[in-house]
Design a protein around this ligand. Sequence first.
Ligand code: GUN
Length: 281
Amino acid sequence: MILIDGKKAAAELREELKKEVIQLKEKYNRVPGLTVILIGDMAPSQIYVRNKEKSANEVGLKSEVIKYPDSVEEKTVLKKIKELNNDENVSGILVQLPLPKHIDKQKVIETIIPSKDVDGFHPMNVGNLSSGYESSVPCTPLGCYLMIKKVEPNLSGKKAVVVGRSNLNGKPMTQLLLKENCTVTVTHSRTKDLKAECLEADIIVAAVGIPELVKGDWVKKDAIVIDVGINKTEKGLVGDVAFDEVSKVAKALTPVPGGVGPMTIACLLKNTIECFKRSQI
Ligand code: GUN
C-alpha cells in the first residue's frame, strides 16, 4: 500500500513555488502577496491562519493577516475587502471561514474580486471551473487532485466516487475529476446504498465529516482513497475513512493528519502565485 505523504508532497510543492517566486521577483521586481482576514478567536481558525502565514513566508510571498473581533460589523469587513481589491500589492484575499452568524458569508465571498479569490469560492470562479475555463480552484480539492495524480497520472475512464457534496470540497472535486475524464458519482446523506457505490470506485474521495465512515469492506482492491475528514473523537483525530481496515485493501491512502491538510495550505500559496501571474498579463 502506498501511504500518500501529504507533508512530503506539500514540502515538494513549496520548493517549486519558492523557485517560482524568485523568478517572478526578478521579472517583475515584486512578489505575490496574500492577505488573510481572520474574524473572532476560534482556536482552529487561529491555527489554520498561523500555518498559512508561516507557509507563505517560507516560499517568499508577502503575507498579511488582518484580525477583527467577533463583534465586527459586516460593513467594516466589506469595506476592507474592497480596499484590498484595489491594492496592487495584494494578489490574493482569503477570509477565513466560518464567520460569526451576523456576517453574511455569501456577501463576503462575492465582494472579493474574482481575480484575487484564492479560495475559488466566488460564483464566477465556481462557474469557470465547472465550464472547464481557467479559474482559481478551491485549495482542498486541488490538493486532493494533485495527490491522486501523483499515484495515477492517467485518470481517464476511472470510476470516482465523491462522498459529500459541499461547495468547499465535494462539488469542486467532482469538477476536477470530470475534467480528467473520470466517470464521477457524487454521493451524499440521502444516497441509498453508499457502500455499494463506494465498492464500484477506482478512486474514493471522502469529505463528509463522519468519523471512519468508509470501511474496509466498502473499498475495491487497489482503489485510491483520499480522506478529507478531520474529526475530533475520543481516540483523537480521525478521518472519514477507517484507516487500518482500508489500508489493507487500497492501493494508496492518505493519512489523517499528514495527508490532505498540508497540501491544502501549499495549494493556497500556489493559487496566490497563479492570481499574481494572471494579474501581470
Ligand atoms: N475554513 C476551513 N477551510 C477553509 C478554506 O479552505 N478557506 C477558507 N476561507 N476558510 C476555511
